[in-house]
Design a protein around this ligand. Structure first.
Ligand code: 2IP
Ligand code: CA
Length: 390
């Protein structure tokens, strides 16, 4: 595929966004391919190294699928927009150690054959599995045109955060028959998402995002899964998304519904539980919980802990902004209100690491978050949680 942009500064926003959506579709294809072949899937699990460990899980998993998906996204987006190459960041390191103790950097090569050869080193010589993965990595995701008008943005001003497979635990568990309550799945493959978000390097504000749900529905007969994706763009006055809904000016903020992590602090669960009068859900996956807000299944996603990261939020955040909502730092918002320094809530930003932090914690959302579509709901949450220590 020839690069589409004519120069480093060329770039209709729709072309960049289409590249992100296409990459997410390819990622979703790989995620499905790995999951649907049990033997292949078993081969892919490797434990995370100490530094990279999400401290929340006793055992977290890094899968080759995860790494491969991230490399495919980097490769495809970087190929189309070469200036973005050094600005695509993700959760995973691409270094693997095989059974012989050899360190191998997983990457997408020029040809499918070369990629298969490299992958077979990671897979201790399992050429069949390596070829299957390489095939998925080199398959075209098809053409895609997005009509987002003529807004332009130089790709060189953008950074990109990628979470190749959010909710890895659900991906590994592979539960296919979870039942949704109020449209929300508490667990299962439906909670798995591919998250890609672009932000402005200078300000850290998110501008474009894709949330791809590879396992949205399963055919009861064939057991094959189909996915769906949602995108959004929010740059200056341009606000567009694939949901085709307009923000409702008459939001009923007296009623509140929320989705929380099952690991949420008891006090937050209690306070929000009573404010929501029972309309509260618990679900796996930071990306999936954001998707529940984006789709209007719940009003807010609140998280008071520090175990979400920039790659979990950037893509969904851009979509929420395109809907007139946003994603703010919970504790910083509460603190500024308490001190009377500002009643503007600080949005999460994506361009600066946490000072003094190491490993993945450099990119943690340390003050927790509130994801919302309407400011009225955000206000309500801050009011309900006003006594939370911050
Ligand atoms: C995880 C994943 C978890 C989430 C955690 C994220 O990302 O989304 O599900 O915890 O915050 O960092 P919870 O489900 O309790 O909200 P990953 O699966 O990519 O490690
Ligand atoms: Ca994640």
């Amino acid at each position: 595929m020839a690069p589409r942009s004519s120069g480093p500064e060329a770039g209709r926003m729709s072309d960049v966004l289409a590249a992100l959506v296409r990459a997410s579709e390819k990622a979703a294809n790989i995620a499905r391919a790995c999951r649907q072949e049990a033997l292949l899937f078993q081969l892919l699990i490797e434990e995370k190294k100490e530094e990279d460990k999400n401290k929340k899980f006793v055992t977290d998993f890094k899968t080759l699928a995860d790494v491969l998906v991230q490399e495919v996204i980097k490769h495809d987006v970087g190929h189309q927009f070469p200036v973005l190459k050094g600005h695509i960041f993700g959760e995973e390191s691409n270094e693997f150690t095989n059974g012989l103790g050899q360190k191998i950097c997983v990457k997408i090569c020029e040809t499918e054959k070369e990629t298969a050869k490299l992958l077979s080193l990671v897979l201790d010589g399992n050429e069949e599995a390596a070829s299957a993965l390489a095939r998925a990595a080199h398959q075209s995701a098809g053409e895609l045109e997005l009509d987002t008008g003529h807004a332009e943005i130089p790709p060189s001003t953008l950074g990109v955060w990628v979470d190749p497979i959010d909710s890895t635990l659900q991906y590994i568990k592979g539960i296919g028959d979870s039942v949704a309550h109020g449209g929300v799945h508490s667990q299962g493959l439906q909670c798995v998402t591919v998250l890609i978000g672009a932000y402005l390097l200078h300000s850290g504000m998110p501008v474009m995002g894709v949330v791809n749900q590879p396992f949205a529905a399963q055919d009861p007969n064939t057991k094959r899964w189909t996915g769906q994706y949602f995108w959004g763009l929010s740059f200056e006055d341009v606000k567009l998304n694939s949901l085709q809904t307009t923000p409702d000016p008459l939001v009923d903020s007296t009623h509140l519904s929320a989705v929380l992590s099952s690991g949420e602090a008891p006090s937050v669960r209690e306070q929000l539980g009573s404010a929501c009068g029972g309309d509260i859900h618990y679900a796996a996956g930071a990306g999936y919980k954001c998707l529940c807000v984006i789709r209007g299944l719940v009003d807010v996603y609140v998280f008071s802990e520090d175990t979400t990261f920039k790659w979990d939020c950037c893509g969904p955040h851009a979509i929420l902004c395109s809907l007139g909502g946003g994603m703010v730092d919970l504790k910083e918002s509460l603190r500024q209100r308490r001190e009377g320094t500002s009643d503007q809530c600080p949005e999460l930003l994506y361009n600066a690491p946490v000072a003094g932090a190491h490993g993945v914690d450099r990119w943690a959302n340390t003050g927790g978050l509130v994801a919302f579509r309407s400011r009225a709901h955000l206000e309500r949450v801050l009011c309900v949680l006003s006594s939370l220590p911050c």
